[in-house]
Design a protein around this ligand. Structure first.
Ligand code: NAI
Ligand code: MG
Length: 477
């Protein structure tokens, strides 16, 4: 069994709070331990990050040099692709193919931000006669990264990759349920030439290490992905010191299927968008809105797909793996209970020889679901798809926008004008037309509106999020 410590200033640091076990969601068995970091380790990590910026080699690096380090990290991740895949699959309970995609995405984030690091240009602004005005992009300083258990490798890549590209020194707090890939890659980064202190990782509980990090007086920015409840606490903590934060808090993302859509193209993508990572995905396509004239036909075909889905442990590499923990299982059971007044159109099946100790749930398709039903309003964070009929374009938009969330949306229609008209009216940070990529690509800015949060990660946009513009006005006469 591997025992992980915190990584602070390039050193292995055990925590005063001891350690706790990491269990594989497939069978509930412990396979590693991590340090139970808290305030003492957060204090050390923030101090190390500050030193790296102000007195260490890191603060002296040019953007090009930081880009080269990120490029070497991307290569190192590719070299260890299969080992990292196995770790991510076991840690998160993901089917192996899904974990492999996550590790590929991690390498791609590092590669994208390696190339982007020295391509961020400031403006030159026309001003009064005799003046030259320019703007330079500066890092925030010490950035805190509090990330969830559902996509640790990917979220590490998008968040830490962009922050380092801009020259911030990072303190990362992975989730208590999964995040070992972050510890591995942070250690690999040292061999790739990232100076000690530029990236520190403190594992621990949310209420201990997470809260201590968010409240630390010497951090300059917080990047948070997780629940709306904790997101609110993070924003309050940031407000105490008037620092900025990005919050990515999940959603109730809708795909709109019009009667003229290419169903053969749409259906596999609609099914996949809700079963990926057993539905534990912030951008899961958890609602499908279908034009009434084709509702019966489309749901019948979707039902067939759901019935073919199979659930099993991560190493069986089926359609769905286990849920992360008992808390998620209880959450999904509550929604199944709430759905007892609805028609269950189809469900998938679990393999017969499931390991005891894992939390498994079948993917389920319900419909027609009234738009005000909890299943159509609340984030389930599990493999449950709500099918909702609509009469016309205006009603489809109203239903799609009629939740508290706004992360991603999909529009399926062959009508070009409608594609654009609907995409513009949907309240979401990302809209896909005739496609749906849960979370979008590496290159695509991603984040929410409304209760899904604010700020953008991914793509070039993240580089602006992890920096601030300084305007310099020079009177040269
Ligand atoms: P959570 O929001 O509690 O955890 C996310 C991260 O925040 C973890 O690293 C955790 O340790 C940390 N954290 C927790 N409490 C904290 C605090 N008081 N101060 C600072 N950091 C803290 O999410 P949890 O409990 O794992 O899942 C609960 C629900 O949240 C899920 O059922 C799902 O609905 C939602 N969720 C959404 C995610 C997304 O991708 N948007 C990811 C994970 C969960
Ligand atoms: Mg929590």
């Amino acid at each position: 069994m591997r025992h992980y410590t915190c990584l602070i200033d390039g050193e292995d640091v055990p925590a005063e709070g001891g350690r706790f076990a990491m269990c594989c969601p497939s069978d509930g068995k412990p396979f590693a331990t991590v340090a139970r970091g808290g305030k003492p380790e957060i204090d050390l990590a923030v101090a190390a990050a500050r030193r790296a910026l102000e007195h260490g080699a890191y603060g002296e690096m040019t953007a090009t040099e930081r880009g080269r380090v990120l490029s070497r990290m991307a290569e190192a991740v590719r070299d260890r692709h299969s080992a990292l895949t196995e770790l991510e699959a076991m840690d998160c309970g993901k089917p192996t193919r899904q974990a492999a995609t996550d590790i590929t995405c991690l390498a791609r984030y590092l590669e994208f931000y390696s190339g982007a690091a020295d391509k961020v240009h400031g403006p030159q602004i026309p001003f009064l006669k005799g003046w030259l005005v320019t703007g330079i992009r500066e890092p925030h300083g010490v950035t805190a990264h509090i990330i969830p258990w559902n996509y640790p490798a990917q979220i590490f890549g998008r968040s830490v990759g962009a922050a380092i590209a801009m020259g911030n020194a990072c303190v990362l707090k992975p989730a208590e349920d999964a995040g070992l890939s972050c510890l591995e890659v942070a250690r690999m980064a040292l061999d790739c030439g990232l100076p000690p202190g530029a990236l520190n990782v403190v594992t621990g509980m949310g209420e201990e290490a997470g809260a201590a990090l968010a409240a630390h007086p010497d951090i300059d920015f917080i990047s948070f992905t997780g629940s709306p409840e904790v997101g609110t606490l993070i924003q309050k903590a940031a407000a105490e010191r008037t620092i900025g934060c990005t919050l990515e808090l999940g959603g109730k993302s809708a795909q709109l299927v019009f009667a003229d859509a290419d169903f053969d193209a749409a259906l596999p993508i609609i099914a996949n968008a809700i079963i990926q990572n057993a539905g534990q995905t912030c951008s899961a396509g958890s609602r499908v809105l279908i034009e009434r004239s084709v509702f019966a036909a489309v749901t019948a075909e979707l039902a067939e797909r759901f019935r073919a889905l199979r659930v099993g442990p991560h190493d069986r590499d089926l359609d769905l793996g286990p849920l992360i923990n008992r808390q998620q299982e209880a959450r999904i059971e509550r929604f199944v209970e709430l759905a007892s007044d609805l028609e269950l159109l189809a469900e998938g099946s679990c393999i017969p020889d499931l390991p005891v100790g894992g939390c498994y749930t079948k993917p389920r398709l319900y419909g027609p679901v009234p738009p005000d039903h909890p299943l159509a309003q609340e984030e389930v964070f599990g493999p449950i798809l709500a099918a909702i009929p609509f009469e016309c374009e205006a009603e489809a938009i109203a239903i799609a926008n009629g939740t508290a969330y706004g992360l991603v949306a999909g529009v399926w229609t062959r009508d070009g004008a409608r594609q654009l008209r609907v995409a513009r009216r949907l309240e979401a940070g990302q809209v896909f037309v005739n496609g749906y990529g849960a979370g979008g690509g590496i290159e695509l800015p991603f984040g929410g509106v409304k209760r899904s949060g604010h700020g953008r990660e991914k793509g070039f946009e993240a580089l602006y999020e992890f920096s601030q513009l300084k305007t310099i006005a020079i009177n040269h006469g």
